[in-house]
Design a protein around this ligand. Structure first.
Ligand code: FNR
Length: 346
């Protein structure tokens, strides 16, 4: 029995177990750690009002979206190469997700095949799509995911320039990709960013193209600006994931907490609004729902559990966050996710 709170215990254990390079890859952000920390601090800074004496014995955290029904609104964000953290890898995460009656987004950079992951999960999972340089190659990956039974596609658009690729150990790779994506070779005098990476990055026209290819729900992950959220809705997307990638891509962005209300105001009701970056407790989850989000996603916290105890660790993190969400509902006097959306924050 650990004496520290669950997440602190898992952080310590994960750091002790993982090689320093893998720990750094997991924890790192685009700068010196402040960007990741800013998300966490911003959620913690919002305050909750106690509301005792409500009748809550029929309360629940059921979340419904796109015809799916989960026991709670805590989704697992896509995280690449999960066999780096534990031999259970993505399959362990998927089994935990199913055991906790939730949903997970399988990364384009998964280290096990999407077919195996979905098969072992015993439920349809969502697939996170990274653009593969052009439409033909992207279509191949997409068709593989859809043929495997992906029930939604989450198109991540905020990381067209890769800054920190770590050297993968022998035996771990993005097994679902026909070939790893690298910047287009440049000639002397050209820019590695513009002529290299950005010459094969997706644009809004590609989002429209993707919309035509994808018959299941399509979400765009990595939007922070109101105009981009509106544009995603105009392109026919079913949802957005408000995210600054856990602070890992562009340094000095606003926190998601700072922009979420504007996006809810602009496109709430027109598409589903999910949010990630910096969720470290059930109270944080409650606050995002109170701001109008339909569900949240967690990244690093479940990986700390995975690194420590494999599938069991992931399951415990989800259950612990759900327990905290339930306790927060009990203490603030609300009985459903819809009721949380009526709550004022302080
Ligand atoms: C990520 N993230 C990510 N996102 C994505 O769309 N595809 C991916 O393959 C990955 N890979 C990845 C690896 C690692 C090690 C981390 C930590 C994150 C981003 C992820 O989905 C999510 O946006 C953030 O992790 C959310 O922030 P927190 O919960 O980690 O603070």
């Amino acid at each position: 029995m650990q004496s520290l709170p669950l997440l602190s215990h898992y952080i310590q254990q994960a750091q002790a177990k993982l090689p320093a390079t893998v720990w750094h890859y997991l924890q790192s952000d685009a700068g010196d750690g402040r960007q990741r920390n800013a998300n966490e601090v911003a959620w913690q800074a919002l305050k909750l009002m106690p509301r005792p004496l409500q009748t809550l014995h029929h309360a629940n955290t059921v979340c419904e979206m796109f015809g799916e029904r989960w026991a709670h609104p805590i989704l697992l964000a896509p995280v690449a190469y999960q066999r780096l953290f534990h031999e259970d890898g993505e399959i362990g995460t998927a089994i935990a997700c199913n055991a906790q009656q939730g949903q997970m987004m399988v990364s384009s950079l998964a280290s096990q095949t999407i077919e195996q992951i979905i098969q072992q999960a015993q439920q349809p999972l969502w697939f996170q799509l990274y653009w593969q340089g052009d439409r033909a190659r992207t279509a191949v990956l997409l068709q593989k995911a859809l043929a495997s039974g992906a029930s939604a596609v989450v198109f991540t658009v905020d990381a067209p320039v890769k800054q920190s690729l770590m050297d993968l150990p022998e035996g771990i790779s993005a097994v679902n990709l026909a070939q790893a994506l690298a910047p287009r070779p440049i000639t002397p005098g050209q820019s590695n960013v513009f002529d290299g990476w950005m010459s094969q990055a997706p644009t809004w026209e590609d989002v429209q193209w993707l919309r035509q290819q994808v018959k299941v729900p399509l979400l765009v992950k990595g939007l922070m600006h109101v105009d981009d959220a509106k544009r995603a809705v105009d392109a026919g997307c079913d949802g957005i994931v408000v995210s600054n990638h856990g602070g890992r891509v562009l340094d000095h962005t606003p926190t998601v907490t700072a922009v979420l209300p504007q996006l809810v105001n602009a496109v709430g009701g027109q598409c589903k609004i999910l949010v990630d970056s910096g969720f470290r407790s059930g109270q944080d989850v409650f606050k995002a729902l109170a701001m109008g989000a339909d569900a949240v996603c967690i990244g690093r916290p479940y990986v700390w559990g995975l690194a420590t105890e494999g599938a069991m660790g992931v399951a415990k993190v989800i259950r612990w966050m759900r327990d905290e969400l339930e306790m927060t509902m009990a203490l603030t006097g609300v009985s459903s996710l819809d009721d949380i959306r009526q709550v004022d924050l302080y």
